[in-house]
Design a protein around this ligand. Structure first.
Ligand SMILES: Nc1ncnc2c1ncn2[C@@H]1O[C@H](COP(=O)(O)OP(=O)(O)OP(=O)(O)O)[C@@H](O)[C@H]1O
Ligand SMILES: [Mg+2]
Length: 309
Protein backbone atom coordinates (compact mmCIF):
# COMPACT_ATOMS: atom_id res chain seq x y z
CA UNK A 1 0.00 0.00 0.00
CA UNK A 2 1.44 3.38 -0.97
CA UNK A 3 -1.27 5.70 0.31
CA UNK A 4 -3.72 5.50 3.21
CA UNK A 5 -6.31 8.23 3.65
CA UNK A 6 -8.43 8.12 6.78
CA UNK A 7 -11.53 10.13 7.62
CA UNK A 8 -10.51 13.01 5.42
CA UNK A 9 -12.74 16.08 5.49
CA UNK A 10 -12.38 19.53 4.03
CA UNK A 11 -14.57 22.49 4.80
CA UNK A 12 -14.15 25.82 3.06
CA UNK A 13 -15.09 28.98 4.90
CA UNK A 14 -17.20 30.89 2.42
CA UNK A 15 -18.80 33.64 4.49
CA UNK A 16 -17.26 35.84 7.14
CA UNK A 17 -18.62 38.31 9.68
CA UNK A 18 -17.32 41.89 9.83
CA UNK A 19 -14.47 40.77 12.08
CA UNK A 20 -13.38 38.29 9.47
CA UNK A 21 -14.53 35.27 11.40
CA UNK A 22 -15.94 32.46 9.29
CA UNK A 23 -19.69 32.03 9.70
CA UNK A 24 -20.58 29.72 6.85
CA UNK A 25 -18.82 26.59 5.63
CA UNK A 26 -19.04 24.40 2.56
CA UNK A 27 -18.33 20.73 3.16
CA UNK A 28 -16.37 19.79 0.05
CA UNK A 29 -15.10 16.43 1.31
CA UNK A 30 -16.72 14.47 4.11
CA UNK A 31 -15.17 11.60 6.00
CA UNK A 32 -13.42 9.98 3.06
CA UNK A 33 -11.19 6.94 3.66
CA UNK A 34 -9.40 4.86 1.04
CA UNK A 35 -6.14 3.11 0.32
CA UNK A 36 -4.13 2.94 -2.87
CA UNK A 37 -1.89 0.01 -3.71
CA UNK A 38 1.55 0.62 -5.12
CA UNK A 39 1.72 0.64 -8.96
CA UNK A 40 -2.04 0.51 -9.29
CA UNK A 41 -4.48 2.97 -10.82
CA UNK A 42 -7.13 4.31 -8.46
CA UNK A 43 -9.85 6.33 -10.09
CA UNK A 44 -12.13 8.90 -8.52
CA UNK A 45 -15.34 9.54 -10.45
CA UNK A 46 -18.44 11.61 -9.86
CA UNK A 47 -20.19 14.66 -11.19
CA UNK A 48 -18.94 18.20 -10.92
CA UNK A 49 -18.53 19.48 -7.39
CA UNK A 50 -18.27 16.07 -5.75
CA UNK A 51 -14.92 16.91 -4.15
CA UNK A 52 -12.54 15.07 -6.47
CA UNK A 53 -10.12 17.93 -7.09
CA UNK A 54 -10.25 18.95 -3.46
CA UNK A 55 -8.93 15.52 -2.49
CA UNK A 56 -6.24 15.84 -5.15
CA UNK A 57 -5.19 19.25 -3.88
CA UNK A 58 -4.99 17.99 -0.31
CA UNK A 59 -2.78 15.11 -1.40
CA UNK A 60 -0.44 17.52 -3.19
CA UNK A 61 -0.24 19.80 -0.18
CA UNK A 62 -2.09 22.69 -1.83
CA UNK A 63 -4.90 22.53 0.75
CA UNK A 64 -4.74 21.49 4.37
CA UNK A 65 -7.42 19.01 5.38
CA UNK A 66 -9.91 20.10 8.03
CA UNK A 67 -9.71 16.68 9.68
CA UNK A 68 -8.29 13.27 8.85
CA UNK A 69 -4.94 11.69 8.30
CA UNK A 70 -2.89 10.75 5.27
CA UNK A 71 -0.06 8.26 5.23
CA UNK A 72 2.19 8.07 2.22
CA UNK A 73 4.72 5.24 1.93
CA UNK A 74 4.23 4.43 5.59
CA UNK A 75 4.66 7.86 7.16
CA UNK A 76 2.47 10.91 7.66
CA UNK A 77 2.28 12.86 4.42
CA UNK A 78 4.69 15.75 4.06
CA UNK A 79 5.20 17.96 1.10
CA UNK A 80 7.76 16.49 -1.23
CA UNK A 81 8.31 15.97 -4.89
CA UNK A 82 7.04 12.42 -4.61
CA UNK A 83 3.42 13.25 -5.28
CA UNK A 84 2.87 15.29 -8.42
CA UNK A 85 -0.25 16.45 -10.18
CA UNK A 86 -1.15 16.74 -13.85
CA UNK A 87 -3.99 19.18 -14.40
CA UNK A 88 -6.83 19.15 -16.89
CA UNK A 89 -5.70 22.24 -18.67
CA UNK A 90 -2.03 22.09 -19.64
CA UNK A 91 -2.23 25.81 -20.36
CA UNK A 92 -2.67 26.66 -16.69
CA UNK A 93 0.27 24.58 -15.51
CA UNK A 94 2.76 26.26 -17.84
CA UNK A 95 3.98 29.84 -17.55
CA UNK A 96 3.34 31.52 -20.93
CA UNK A 97 6.41 33.73 -20.54
CA UNK A 98 8.83 30.91 -19.83
CA UNK A 99 10.46 28.50 -22.26
CA UNK A 100 9.60 24.82 -22.08
CA UNK A 101 13.13 24.14 -20.85
CA UNK A 102 12.60 26.53 -17.97
CA UNK A 103 9.25 24.96 -17.09
CA UNK A 104 10.51 21.40 -17.06
CA UNK A 105 13.61 22.30 -15.09
CA UNK A 106 11.79 24.49 -12.60
CA UNK A 107 10.84 21.78 -10.14
CA UNK A 108 14.40 20.52 -10.07
CA UNK A 109 15.63 23.95 -9.07
CA UNK A 110 12.92 24.38 -6.44
CA UNK A 111 13.64 21.00 -4.93
CA UNK A 112 17.38 21.73 -5.24
CA UNK A 113 17.95 18.59 -7.23
CA UNK A 114 21.27 18.04 -8.87
CA UNK A 115 23.78 20.39 -10.41
CA UNK A 116 23.32 22.09 -13.73
CA UNK A 117 24.72 19.27 -15.81
CA UNK A 118 22.65 16.64 -14.03
CA UNK A 119 19.53 18.76 -14.36
CA UNK A 120 20.11 19.07 -18.08
CA UNK A 121 20.57 15.33 -18.40
CA UNK A 122 17.36 14.67 -16.50
CA UNK A 123 15.44 17.13 -18.64
CA UNK A 124 16.60 15.51 -21.88
CA UNK A 125 15.90 12.05 -20.59
CA UNK A 126 12.40 12.99 -19.49
CA UNK A 127 11.69 14.82 -22.71
CA UNK A 128 12.39 11.67 -24.67
CA UNK A 129 10.30 9.61 -22.27
CA UNK A 130 7.23 11.75 -22.99
CA UNK A 131 7.79 11.55 -26.74
CA UNK A 132 9.03 15.08 -27.42
CA UNK A 133 12.14 16.22 -29.23
CA UNK A 134 14.72 18.76 -28.15
CA UNK A 135 13.48 21.49 -30.44
CA UNK A 136 10.54 22.17 -28.11
CA UNK A 137 12.86 23.19 -25.27
CA UNK A 138 13.35 26.73 -26.57
CA UNK A 139 9.76 27.25 -27.50
CA UNK A 140 7.03 28.92 -25.49
CA UNK A 141 3.76 27.21 -24.52
CA UNK A 142 1.71 29.03 -27.18
CA UNK A 143 3.91 27.49 -29.88
CA UNK A 144 2.89 23.95 -28.91
CA UNK A 145 -0.23 21.91 -29.60
CA UNK A 146 -2.54 20.86 -26.78
CA UNK A 147 -1.15 17.34 -26.77
CA UNK A 148 2.45 18.60 -26.75
CA UNK A 149 1.66 20.92 -23.86
CA UNK A 150 0.17 18.06 -21.87
CA UNK A 151 3.34 16.05 -22.58
CA UNK A 152 5.38 18.95 -21.21
CA UNK A 153 3.15 19.11 -18.13
CA UNK A 154 3.73 15.38 -17.60
CA UNK A 155 7.49 15.84 -18.10
CA UNK A 156 7.49 18.60 -15.49
CA UNK A 157 6.18 16.09 -12.96
CA UNK A 158 8.24 13.12 -14.09
CA UNK A 159 11.54 14.90 -13.91
CA UNK A 160 11.11 14.97 -10.13
CA UNK A 161 10.94 11.16 -10.04
CA UNK A 162 7.60 10.99 -8.24
CA UNK A 163 6.09 7.81 -6.83
CA UNK A 164 2.48 8.91 -7.19
CA UNK A 165 0.96 10.95 -9.99
CA UNK A 166 -2.44 12.51 -9.59
CA UNK A 167 -4.09 12.96 -12.95
CA UNK A 168 -6.98 15.40 -12.69
CA UNK A 169 -8.95 15.00 -15.93
CA UNK A 170 -5.67 14.68 -17.84
CA UNK A 171 -7.23 14.37 -21.28
CA UNK A 172 -10.57 16.12 -21.13
CA UNK A 173 -9.24 19.40 -22.56
CA UNK A 174 -7.71 17.59 -25.56
CA UNK A 175 -9.02 16.60 -28.98
CA UNK A 176 -10.45 13.10 -29.04
CA UNK A 177 -7.67 11.88 -31.34
CA UNK A 178 -5.02 13.14 -28.94
CA UNK A 179 -6.73 11.77 -25.83
CA UNK A 180 -5.86 8.16 -26.63
CA UNK A 181 -2.23 9.07 -27.35
CA UNK A 182 -1.85 10.77 -23.98
CA UNK A 183 -3.56 7.90 -22.16
CA UNK A 184 -1.28 5.40 -23.88
CA UNK A 185 1.73 7.50 -22.99
CA UNK A 186 0.60 7.63 -19.36
CA UNK A 187 0.20 3.86 -19.25
CA UNK A 188 3.68 3.34 -20.75
CA UNK A 189 5.22 5.78 -18.28
CA UNK A 190 3.49 4.06 -15.40
CA UNK A 191 5.29 0.90 -16.37
CA UNK A 192 8.72 2.36 -17.06
CA UNK A 193 8.77 4.68 -14.04
CA UNK A 194 6.95 2.25 -11.68
CA UNK A 195 4.31 4.85 -10.93
CA UNK A 196 1.06 4.74 -9.02
CA UNK A 197 -1.81 6.83 -10.42
CA UNK A 198 -4.82 8.49 -8.93
CA UNK A 199 -7.00 9.26 -11.92
CA UNK A 200 -9.80 11.77 -11.64
CA UNK A 201 -12.23 11.57 -14.52
CA UNK A 202 -15.77 12.18 -15.64
CA UNK A 203 -15.24 9.54 -18.27
CA UNK A 204 -16.18 6.17 -16.79
CA UNK A 205 -14.97 4.47 -19.96
CA UNK A 206 -11.44 5.59 -19.20
CA UNK A 207 -11.77 4.56 -15.56
CA UNK A 208 -13.05 1.18 -16.71
CA UNK A 209 -10.20 0.55 -19.10
CA UNK A 210 -7.25 1.64 -17.04
CA UNK A 211 -8.04 1.57 -13.33
CA UNK A 212 -7.90 -1.17 -10.73
CA UNK A 213 -10.02 0.49 -8.07
CA UNK A 214 -12.78 3.05 -8.41
CA UNK A 215 -14.25 5.44 -5.87
CA UNK A 216 -17.58 7.04 -6.74
CA UNK A 217 -18.19 10.38 -5.04
CA UNK A 218 -21.28 12.53 -4.69
CA UNK A 219 -21.43 15.86 -2.86
CA UNK A 220 -18.22 15.16 -0.99
CA UNK A 221 -19.06 11.62 0.10
CA UNK A 222 -18.14 8.14 -1.06
CA UNK A 223 -21.19 6.41 -2.56
CA UNK A 224 -19.50 3.23 -3.74
CA UNK A 225 -15.94 1.98 -3.86
CA UNK A 226 -14.11 -1.18 -4.82
CA UNK A 227 -12.64 -3.09 -7.72
CA UNK A 228 -13.31 -1.16 -10.92
CA UNK A 229 -14.62 -4.14 -12.82
CA UNK A 230 -17.07 -4.97 -10.06
CA UNK A 231 -18.24 -1.41 -9.62
CA UNK A 232 -18.76 -0.67 -13.30
CA UNK A 233 -20.04 -4.05 -14.44
CA UNK A 234 -22.32 -4.63 -11.51
CA UNK A 235 -22.97 -1.26 -9.88
CA UNK A 236 -25.09 -1.34 -6.74
CA UNK A 237 -25.71 2.26 -5.75
CA UNK A 238 -28.48 3.93 -7.79
CA UNK A 239 -26.07 6.82 -8.38
CA UNK A 240 -23.38 4.52 -9.80
CA UNK A 241 -26.02 2.77 -11.88
CA UNK A 242 -27.09 6.07 -13.40
CA UNK A 243 -23.48 7.03 -14.16
CA UNK A 244 -22.81 3.64 -15.76
CA UNK A 245 -26.04 3.74 -17.75
CA UNK A 246 -24.75 6.88 -19.43
CA UNK A 247 -21.67 5.13 -20.85
CA UNK A 248 -22.61 4.16 -24.38
CA UNK A 249 -20.19 1.28 -24.86
CA UNK A 250 -20.51 -0.65 -21.63
CA UNK A 251 -23.01 -3.46 -21.33
CA UNK A 252 -25.73 -1.27 -19.91
CA UNK A 253 -28.95 -2.86 -21.13
CA UNK A 254 -30.04 -3.91 -17.72
CA UNK A 255 -29.51 -0.36 -16.52
CA UNK A 256 -31.57 1.31 -19.23
CA UNK A 257 -34.11 2.56 -16.70
CA UNK A 258 -31.44 4.48 -14.85
CA UNK A 259 -30.56 8.04 -15.64
CA UNK A 260 -29.54 11.10 -13.77
CA UNK A 261 -32.49 13.33 -13.19
CA UNK A 262 -32.54 16.89 -12.01
CA UNK A 263 -29.71 19.04 -10.80
CA UNK A 264 -27.09 18.35 -8.18
CA UNK A 265 -28.28 20.06 -4.98
CA UNK A 266 -26.25 23.01 -3.76
CA UNK A 267 -23.30 21.81 -1.69
CA UNK A 268 -24.11 24.72 0.64
CA UNK A 269 -27.42 23.18 1.43
CA UNK A 270 -27.14 19.44 0.82
CA UNK A 271 -30.10 17.14 1.54
CA UNK A 272 -30.25 15.65 5.03
CA UNK A 273 -29.61 11.93 5.16
CA UNK A 274 -28.51 10.40 1.89
CA UNK A 275 -27.23 13.24 -0.32
CA UNK A 276 -28.50 11.46 -3.44
CA UNK A 277 -32.08 10.87 -2.24
CA UNK A 278 -33.52 13.93 -4.02
CA UNK A 279 -32.56 12.40 -7.39
CA UNK A 280 -33.06 8.74 -6.57
CA UNK A 281 -36.02 6.68 -7.83
CA UNK A 282 -35.63 4.26 -4.95
CA UNK A 283 -35.62 6.76 -2.12
CA UNK A 284 -37.81 5.76 0.80
CA UNK A 285 -38.45 7.12 4.28
CA UNK A 286 -35.23 5.76 5.72
CA UNK A 287 -33.15 7.79 3.26
CA UNK A 288 -33.78 10.83 5.44
CA UNK A 289 -31.19 9.27 7.74
CA UNK A 290 -27.59 9.20 6.62
CA UNK A 291 -26.69 5.72 5.37
CA UNK A 292 -23.42 4.22 6.62
CA UNK A 293 -20.75 3.06 4.18
CA UNK A 294 -21.02 -0.71 4.47
CA UNK A 295 -19.21 -3.73 3.06
CA UNK A 296 -21.50 -5.46 0.61
CA UNK A 297 -20.83 -7.91 -2.22
CA UNK A 298 -17.11 -7.29 -2.25
CA UNK A 299 -17.18 -3.51 -2.23
CA UNK A 300 -18.22 -0.58 -0.10
CA UNK A 301 -21.57 1.06 -0.68
CA UNK A 302 -23.51 3.83 1.06
CA UNK A 303 -27.19 3.15 0.43
CA UNK A 304 -30.13 2.08 2.60
CA UNK A 305 -31.22 -0.43 -0.05
CA UNK A 306 -28.39 -2.59 1.25
CA UNK A 307 -28.19 -1.75 4.92
CA UNK A 308 -30.74 -4.33 6.08
CA UNK A 309 -30.50 -7.17 3.61
N1 LIG B 1 -11.11 27.06 -2.67
C1 LIG B 1 -12.42 26.83 -2.52
N2 LIG B 1 -13.21 27.66 -1.79
C2 LIG B 1 -14.52 27.41 -1.61
N3 LIG B 1 -15.17 26.35 -2.15
C3 LIG B 1 -14.45 25.50 -2.89
C4 LIG B 1 -13.04 25.69 -3.11
N4 LIG B 1 -12.61 24.66 -3.89
C5 LIG B 1 -13.66 23.88 -4.13
N5 LIG B 1 -14.78 24.37 -3.53
C6 LIG B 1 -16.10 23.77 -3.54
O1 LIG B 1 -15.99 22.45 -3.06
C7 LIG B 1 -16.84 21.55 -3.79
C8 LIG B 1 -15.99 20.46 -4.40
O2 LIG B 1 -15.18 21.03 -5.41
P1 LIG B 1 -14.14 20.20 -6.28
O3 LIG B 1 -13.40 21.16 -7.12
O4 LIG B 1 -13.35 19.33 -5.38
O5 LIG B 1 -15.11 19.31 -7.17
P2 LIG B 1 -14.77 18.32 -8.38
O6 LIG B 1 -15.36 17.01 -8.02
O7 LIG B 1 -13.34 18.37 -8.68
O8 LIG B 1 -15.63 18.95 -9.56
P3 LIG B 1 -15.30 19.06 -11.15
O9 LIG B 1 -15.65 17.74 -11.70
O10 LIG B 1 -16.18 20.15 -11.61
O11 LIG B 1 -13.85 19.39 -11.30
C9 LIG B 1 -17.56 22.41 -4.81
O12 LIG B 1 -18.83 22.73 -4.29
C10 LIG B 1 -16.70 23.64 -4.92
O13 LIG B 1 -17.46 24.78 -5.26
MG1 LIG C 1 -12.24 18.98 -10.36
Amino acid sequence: MILRVENLSKEFAIEFDILGRPVKFLKAVQDVSFTVEEKSVFSIVGESGSGKSTIARILCGIYKPTTGSIHFMGSPLKRSGQIQMVFQDPESSLDPRKTILFSIEEGLRIHRVANREERKKLVYETLRAVGLTEDVLWKYPHQLSGGQKQRVAIARCLVLKPKLLILDEPTSALDVSVQAQILNLLMDLKQSYSLTYILITHDLKIAYHISDQTMVMYLGQIMEMGKTQRILEEPLHPYTKALVAAIPTLETDKLKDFSLKGEIPSPLNPPEGCPFRTRCDFAFSKCGEKPPLIDFRGRKVRCHLYTEV
